[in-house]
Ligand binder design. Structure first.
Ligand code: ADP
Length: 501
């Protein structure tokens, strides 16, 4: 295999971004972020902990009470738009850094992540001037209106699967609505968030409006979630940590929004266009190495087409080019970390113990040179899976799908909803009635009909059940970052009669 990884001798160095300045951690500590394709240290990054969280929250508070709240909505929107343009100008460089830090194929960071980041900042730039209150038709000589105001200082904790895109989903609506932010990227992928800090400074955002503090979950993350100085915490990550965050936030009654795990049903009916369905199944589980909260990781296939579908699915899955993520032809790079790789391997063992069949893949591929130390795994299909098995119920977060059969619509719906999660669902059929019936009955926040993994900044995304609460993107995201004030005015000019004149 020819290597297109840029040669790197010394790790890139990154600091924290607090109050408009790039600074070391108070403790002076740093941590290493490896390149998942080779295991070599890609970046050495300042490690925030409680002291830095305190500083960042104080800076965000000062900015919120100061310049930011006095800025016009139009100027806020212009800053967001300027940021979207700067990101677009630097898209190539940012895509490369994303791939080096996360391992996702360059094709993906170039054509999916970066355009999505630009789109989100651009979309919410437009919202800045369109956040409005209402007048309410109250009785009597009263005038009642509402003000829609920012929540205040927002803590935002994001995962490693789409590092810059998750930062955009969080920052764009928060800033459009006039909040200030302390953002903690995941320890596995801190690089592009700090790069974004440079562009935020260049765009001209006032100091302290956005603070970016790489660090670990148990230290920096926990300090942020439990901080009495924040007004809201927004989190994307595992359901397990979502519960930890919600508990920490409950102590101060901090507002919370959570976008958590999933175990989505992706359903193939016998009447589907099978070529499209095979591609949809691939998109559902192998995109981004399966490290997607809405991945179609339970593949329900109507029993009468199971053999034909599986044969076609395996044939295509086996052809996926796994390897050097900087190679434009690569469709699957490494998993993000050794920990994730080991987790996936443990589920292969669990599948075998439970009596499922490893129909395809199931191991790391044989790669050459520096990539031998990377965290690669083959596209993997488990067949003969029962929906009650652990591999069908637990989120694996890798390129691993469990094929489960069903006999009819009722059988399918019952099984599809038998999960603690409810983030997304997909269905492949030519029967529109069946498709819409399923869309209505499935307990999931997003449903894809004859497509999968479609997103747009204008369309809401979020979960039912233990996949979380709150909706990101679209106008719904503004609900998360604004609060309503009701203002009453007496127009009669008379004293209140209740206690006599
Ligand atoms: P994963 O298990 O896939 O790595 P996590 O849910 O653990 O996902 O991580 C998502 C984000 O949550 C990361 O930024 C991580 O640092 C952060 N995090 C992890 N543990 C905690 C915690 N106890 N409190 C706050 N944030 C945390």
């Amino acid at each position: 295999m020819s290597s297109t990884q840029p040669a790197q001798t010394t790790p890139r160095r990154y600091q924290l971004f607090i109050d408009g300045q790039f600074v070391d951690a108070e403790s002076g500590k740093t941590f290493k972020s490896p390149n998942p394709a080779t295991g070599e240290t890609f970046a050495e990054v300042a490690e925030a902990d409680k002291a830095d969280v305190d500083k960042a929250v104080a800076a965000a508070r000062k900015a919120f009470e100061g310049k930011w709240s006095k800025m016009s909505a139009r100027d806020r929107g212009r800053l967001l738009y300027k940021l979207s343009q700067l990101i677009e100008e630097h898209a190539g460089e940012l895509a490369t850094l994303e791939t080096m830090d996360n391992g996702k194929p360059i094709k993906e960071s170039t054509y999916i992540d970066l355009p999505g980041v630009v789109e989100n900042f651009e979309y919410f730039a437009g919202w800045s001037t369109k956040i409005e209150g209402e007048t309410i038709p109250v009785p009597g000589q009263m005038f009642n209106y509402t003000l829609r105001e920012p929540v205040g200082v927002c803590g935002q904790i994001i995962p490693w699967n789409f590092p810059l895109l998750m930062a955009a989903w969080k920052l764009a609506p928060a800033l459009a609505a006039g909040n200030t932010v302390v953002l903690k990227p995941a320890e596995q992928t801190p690089v592009t968030a700090v790069e974004l800090g440079k562009l935020i400074a260049e765009a001209g955002f006032p100091e302290g409006v956005v603070n970016i503090i790489p660090g670990f979950g148990e230290t920096a993350g926990a300090a942020l979630a439990s901080h009495p100085g924040i007004d809201k915490i927004a989190f994307t990550g595992s359901t397990e940590i979502g519960k930890v965050i919600a508990k920490a936030a409950a102590e101060n009654l901090t507002k919370v929004s959570l976008e958590l795990g999933g175990k989505a049903p992706n359903v193939i009916f016998a009447d589907a266009d099978l070529d499209q369905a095979v591609n949809g199944a691939m998109m559902g589980i192998f995109f981004n190495q399966g490290q997607v909260c809405c991945a179609g990781s339970r593949l329900f296939v109507e029993a009468k087409v199971k053999d034909e579908f599986l044969a076609r699915f395996k044939e295509k899955a086996d052809k996926i080019k796994v390897g050097d993520p900087m190679d434009k032809a690569t469709l699957m790079g490494p998993q993000v970390s050794m920990e994730q790789l080991n987790k996936i391997k443990s589920y292969v063992a669990i599948a075998r113990e439970e009596g499922a069949t490893v129909f395809s893949g199931g191991a790391s591929p044989e790669l050459e040179g520096a990539f031998q130390n990377g965290y690669f795994f083959q596209p993997t299909i488990f067949s003969e899976v029962d929906n009650t098995m652990r591999v069908a119920q637990e989120e694996i977060f890798g390129p691993v799908t469990s094929v489960i059969t069903f006999d009819n619509d009722d059988d399918l719906l019952r099984q599809a909803n038998e999960t603690m999660y409810g983030l997304s669902a997909g269905i492949w059929t030519r029967d529109i009635t069946r498709a819409h019936r399923f869309a209505k009955a499935v307990k999931a926040g997003v449903v894809w009909i004859n497509t999968y993994n479609m997103f747009n900044a204008a369309s809401p995304f979020g979960g039912y059940k233990q996949s979380g609460y709150g909706r990101e993107m679209g106008k719904h995201a503004l609900e998360l970052y604004t609060q309503v004030k009701s203002v009453w005015v007496d127009l009669s000019g008379k004293p209140i009669g209740w206690f006599g004149k």
